[in-house]
Design a protein around this ligand. Structure first.
Ligand code: PGA
Length: 248
């Protein structure tokens, strides 16, 4: 069975004072049986990882190389050195703002594995692609390009994030989410060890809120969520984590 994971992506939000939100989560969910992850900005990773409790910490991106002349970048090894356990790679904001290709995302995922991190690999279609009926082709292409061969349930999480649902308050229908997740699971199984593909956590991301989390977590092949805006405040994220804890 895939592990259930509630992942928060703070994006370019958060200063030292925001670490209190992670402390509240750690206290509230001390005995939780789901995995809880916060990916703060790189400036807070080390301090966030020092907070006692069971909240895992991740980066939001990493460079494919271990070190070198790459001004402004952070390597997977550096994130691991700060106490991170995960790193998001291929978020659509990186694919758009930094023109990242699936090939680069693939190399970043390999770097994450090398550093002992779990790679949270993001994929998702634009509204235009969905309206043209191209969702499955886009997902297949991104999966084939971004997820390295040999991915294991222990080192890879795949996040399905329709680009048009991120930060917009819009989400696909529950049927559409279930269809996308079933397609992703099937595709991963066709490329990797079947048991590994079936053990990988598949997250839905894009406008997950306390009000829609339970319905999303009830869907087949949805093992958790990657949450942006609603992960910034412990109160909102706790409601989502609680919905995941209650899901069967
Ligand atoms: P959102 O962002 O929850 O604010 O829509 C999700 C994400 O980009 O991971």
């Amino acid at each position: 069975m895939p592990r259930k994971l509630a992942a928060g992506n703070w994006k370019m939000n958060g200063v030292k004072a925001s670490l209190g939100e992670i402390r509240i989560l750690a206290e509230t969910h001390a005995g939780s049986d789901v995995d809880i992850l916060i990916c703060p900005p790189a400036t807070l990773v080390a301090q966030a990882a020092d907070i006692e409790g069971n909240i895992r910490i991740g980066g939001q991106d990493c460079h494919a190389n271990k070190s070198g002349a790459h001004t402004g970048d952070t390597s997977a090894e550096m994130l691991a050195d700060c106490g991170a356990n995960y790193v998001i790679v291929g978020h659509s904001e990186r694919r758009t703002d930094h023109s990242e290709t699936s090939e680069q995302v693939h190399d970043k995922a390999l770097a994450a594995w090398d550093a002992g991190l779990i790679a949270v690999i993001c994929i998702g279609e634009t509204l235009d692609e969905r309206e043209k009926g191209e969702t499955n082709q886009v997902l297949a292409k991104q999966l084939a390009g971004s997820v390295p061969i040999g991915a294991l349930a222990a080192n890879t999480v795949v996040a399905y994030e329709p680009v048009w649902a991120i930060g917009t308050g819009k989400i696909p229908s529950f049927d559409e989410i279930a269809q996308a997740h079933s397609f992703i699971r099937g595709f991963l199984a066709s490329q990797n060890e079947t048991s590994e593909a079936h053990g990988m956590s598949l997250l839905y991301g894009g406008s997950v809120k306390p009000s829609n989390a339970s319905d999303i977590f009830a869907l087949n092949n949805v093992d958790g969520a990657l949450v942006g805006g609603a992960s910034l405040k412990a109160k909102d994220f706790t409601a989502i984590i609680t919905a995941l804890e209650a899901s069967t």
